[in-house]
Design a protein around this ligand. Structure first.
Ligand code: SF4
Ligand code: SF4
Length: 455
């Protein structure tokens, strides 16, 4: 490793190091004020017995300095906070993080601050801080009250919906840029359109991330039930096991959910509401690198930093076998550029089973995330993604509109023109025709229905 330049952050160079990467820092480790039933990350507290679960001030400075040094050749660096629940650190911690970032920025370099939070502890002061420093805040919300509260509960088992909406209200009042992070699970899986309409119409979301809940376990009852309600006191969650809990979404449900949302979005919201998965799909149809690792050919550029300085290959692999090292001992860039991390990223492509290699939508899917590849293919080969049937259904369903939007982009037109095309087709559609989403319901009772809760 070589350092140069005595001013600001030195330029740290390592042969073949990536110019930019994404790192999720967890200043409270897995500690959270909620007890969401599906959150296996709660069990990661066991990695650090006896810890206070607070990132120390000197480590905060080391982290920010190294992050900016590692991005010295990149004009933009993202400083991303996540948990556990990062707001438990208190505002002063993040004030200091912003100050340190400004101190170590290089001329011409810009920092973007982001935080993923459950939203329950936010108030006007937090919101003013976020606004002042242009934070992009991700709020975890799983839909209307009954769907959200199914699993997103506090330690007393009470739903958190009211507190989340209250926190969101502060962000909206202060005009903080925010996005919705919505998990798809057994409780909300059958309500894609209702969840999406709620986020768009009642929360005013303009950025939506959809994340499938897949809780892997080594054993479960026939109905997928497990003998505990929370991961907080369970053995450390690791990516092992071929069963899933009954809170998990099934592949078929996942595909249907995405199609349900897509059929609403494509008619009303292209260019207005950004649904990450649709944008990622369009990038793959256009042939450009998508912004999401899961549907990229390789990965390895989205790492996780624990409150102790331990760096892990990925947020989903915070477990001993995937610990790369500690940034107090080894510069972050050395760990990011290590052969081990590179191999982790390449394995995503190089371990695909032949079913994926021969698949007609591999260009869009890329086999999904390796953490979910625990099925055998029909030929008995290991490594097929648990969500495969859902991915196939969704990518086949959107093939025609994605081709159209990709073509529009190639011609320099806005992809949003597809909305007019759909509307035109819809005016000729009989009210009793089968809905275009494939639900088997009549058009008038499904995506042809007026906006409102029609799950
Ligand atoms: S393991 Fe999955 S989530 Fe992690 S970087 Fe790779 S694709 Fe992304
Ligand atoms: S749809 Fe299924 S077979 Fe095709 S690439 Fe994705 S996981 Fe593999």
């Amino acid at each position: 490793m070589r350092s140069e330049s005595p001013t600001a952050t030195p330029v740290v160079t390592i042969p073949d190091a990536p110019p930019a990467f994404h790192l999720l820092a967890k200043p409270t480790g897995a500690v959270c004020n909620l007890d969401c039933a599906y959150c296996f990350f709660l069990s990661k507290e066991m990695l650090y017995p006896g810890s206070r679960f607070r990132m120390a001030d000197d480590l905060l400075e080391t982290y920010i300095r190294q992050l900016l040094e590692a991005h010295a050749r990149s004009p933009l660096v993202t400083v991303a906070w996540q948990g556990g629940e990062p707001t438990l650190m208190g505002l002063d911690f993040f004030r200091r993080a912003v100050e340190l970032t400004a101190q170590y920025l290089r001329p011409g370099q810009r920092a973007e601050h982001t935080m993923q939070t459950n939203g329950t502890l936010l108030d006007a002061e937090w919101a003013a801080f976020f606004r002042e420093h242009d934070f992009l805040v991700g709020i975890s919300i799983d839909g209307p009250r009954d769907l959200h509260d199914a699993y997103r509960v506090n330690k007393g088992g009470q739903g958190s919906f009211d507190q989340v909406m209250r926190g969101l209200g502060f962000l909206q009042e202060a005009e903080v840029e925010w996005n919705a992070l919505t998990t798809i699970h057994a409780a909300n899986a059958g309500h894609g359109r209702a969840v999406y309409r709620f986020l768009r119409d009642e929360c005013g979301a303009r950025f939506v991330q959809l994340i499938p809940i897949i809780e892997r376990v080594s054993e479960a009852s026939d109905d997928g039930s497990v003998p505990w309600a929370s991961w907080r006191d369970r053995p450390l969650y690791v990516q092992e096991g071929t069963y899933v809990t009954n809170r998990s979404v099934s592949a078929e449900q996942y595909g249907r959910f995405l199609i349900d949302v897509f059929e609403e979005w494509v008619r009303h919201d292209v260019g207005e509401v950004y649904v990450q998965l649709f944008d990622v799909a369009l990038a793959n149809w256009v042939g450009e690198p998508p912004s999401l690792c899961i549907h990229s050919e390789t990965c390895g550029l989205a790492l996780a930093l624990e409150h102790t300085g331990d760096l892990y290959c990925c947020d989903h692999f915070v477990e001993p076998a995937y610990r790369l090292g500690n940034i107090r001992e080894t510069h972050m860039l050395e760990l990011v550029a290590s052969q081990r991390q590179r191999q982790f990223g390449l394995d995503k492509r190089d371990t695909l089973p032949s079913t994926c290699l021969e698949c007609d939508v591999r260009f869009a899917c890329h086999g999904g995330c390796p953490k979910d590849r625990f099925l055998a293919t029909p030929d008995g080969e290991p490594g097929l993604n648990y969500l495969c049937a859902g991915y196939k259904a969704f990518f086949h369903h959107v093939d025609r509109p994605m081709r159209y939007m990709a073509e529009q982009l190639r011609r320099g037109h806005a992809p949003a023109e597809i909305t007019a095309r759909y509307r035109d087709e819809d005016t000729r559609r009989g009210r009793n025709s089968p809905c275009t989403c494939g639900s088997g319901r009549k058009w008038k009772h499904c995506h042809g229905s007026a906006v409102g809760r029609t799950a």
